[in-house]
Design a protein around this ligand. Structure first.
Ligand code: GLU
Length: 368
């Protein structure tokens, strides 16, 4: 049976580190996607490069590093980018469809489901969705911000089997390979923890937005949504074909076994968390080990402003992210009942939405 594969192509891959799109390499990547497509796999391409294409198209103008400049460059570059993709896929007789998303398009569950339906409909029609962030209208508040996170979101939306993040590095190393000759490629990762994040460091590639840490965060979302992730070099020969065939290429992040239900996948990948809850050790054990709800008693601090029903992130006292969930109380009221027993809620607030700050059905664990 065909697999569903999201191929994320970063700016550094599409430009080969130069200032313009590398058409020859784009054709080569297209060839590999086409081969998989014709073998019966579903392919979704998550492409960067709009801003880079716009910059080249406008003759490398000297613009201030503002959101508006980026919007202008993306508005000019996105159609150029799509023109290239549609020409290249046409060589192989494949039709593509453009899908431009921002965070706002998946923020509430209904819009998330609409985006999912659109992508699924394209796949059912045997059309390859080519997805990018809608940078021409994206502002700080509504954007996803980087295409690594966007690709994890897209992989979650289409319930992919594999997310392949192609970049200018062969994968994740034990140290920075550019400065440390002893750095070793890590072939397989089963757990993304603080130590691994520290190892990944803040490596940033030239033209793209996300460094290795951004990629790890994206990988963590995807693998908790039940999706295998591979980070590999876009230049490696036949990298897409080899990754799809299960060969050892780059760094593979193994999916957690169970695929959470659709609503939990949305909590994981859809809304940007509006606030943070710091919880004590007892609550960590209750939610992570025993699958319980989060009660107000275990909450030590409430940060940010949010409404009932918003997504919040749950941190331990060392500020490690453990889970995300939909809060039953707004930030003001949650701060008033933090540390209190559930039977005190009505007394303190004059009303109650129930004993739980976050019910287990609205809670997704991110820690391993
Ligand atoms: N969406 C941006 C673009 O097309 C790229 C963002 C990223 O590379 O993470 O230029």
């Amino acid at each position: 049976m065909g697999k569903r594969i999201v191929v994320k192509l970063g700016t550094s891959v599409l430009t080969g580190g130069t200032r313009t799109l590398d058409s020859a390499h784009m054709v080569e990547l297209t060839r590999q996607c086409a081969e998989l497509f014709h073998a019966g796999h579903d392919i979704v391409v998550c492409t960067s490069g709009a801003v880079a294409a716009g910059r080249a198209q406008l003759g490398f103008p000297d613009l201030p590093p503002t959101i508006v400049s980026k919007q202008v460059l993306a508005a000019v570059g996105q159609p150029r980018l799509m023109l290239q993709w549609s020409r290249f896929f046409e060589i192989y007789g494949i039709r593509i469809g453009q899908v431009l998303l921002t965070r706002a398009d998946v923020e509430n569950r209904q819009r998330y489901l609409n985006a999912r339906d659109a992508l699924t409909a394209l796949l059912e029609q045997r059309i390859i969705p080519v997805v990018n962030e809608n940078d021409a209208i994206a502002t700080e508040e509504i954007k996803v911000g980087d295409n690594d996170t966007l690709s994890a979101l897209v992989a979650t939306l289409v319930s992919a089997d594999l997310l392949l993040i192609l970049t200018d590095q062969p994968g994740l190393f034990t140290a920075d390979p550019r400065t440390n000759p002893d750095a070793q490629l890590i072939p397989e990762v089963h757990r993304i923890d603080a130590a691994l994040r520290a190892q990944a460091g803040g490596s940033v590639s030239g033209l793209g937005v996300g460094g290795m840490v951004t990629k790890l965060n994206a990988a963590n979302i995807a693998r908790h949504a039940g999706i295998d992730v591979i980070i590999a070099a876009g230049k490696a020969p036949n990298v897409i074909l080899r990754a799809a065939a299960g060969e050892a290429v780059g760094t593979r992040f193994v999916a957690l076994e169970s695929r959470p239900e659709s609503r939990k996948r949305w909590i994981l990948a859809g809304p940007k968390p509006a606030g943070r809850l710091l919880i004590d050790e007892g609550a960590v054990r209750a939610i992570c080990e025993r699958g319980r709800s989060l009660l107000p008693a275990g909450i030590r601090a409430v940060e940010g402003r949010f409404e009932r029903g918003d997504t919040v992130t749950i941190l331990d006292l060392e500020r490690r992210e453990l889970a995300r969930g939909l809060t039953a109380y707004n930030s003001t009221d949650l701060a008033r009942i933090a540390g209190a027993h559930s039977h005190e809620i009505a007394e303190r607030l004059g009303y109650t939405y129930g004993d739980e700050a976050i019910h287990r059905n609205n809670l997704v664990i991110l820690a391993d």
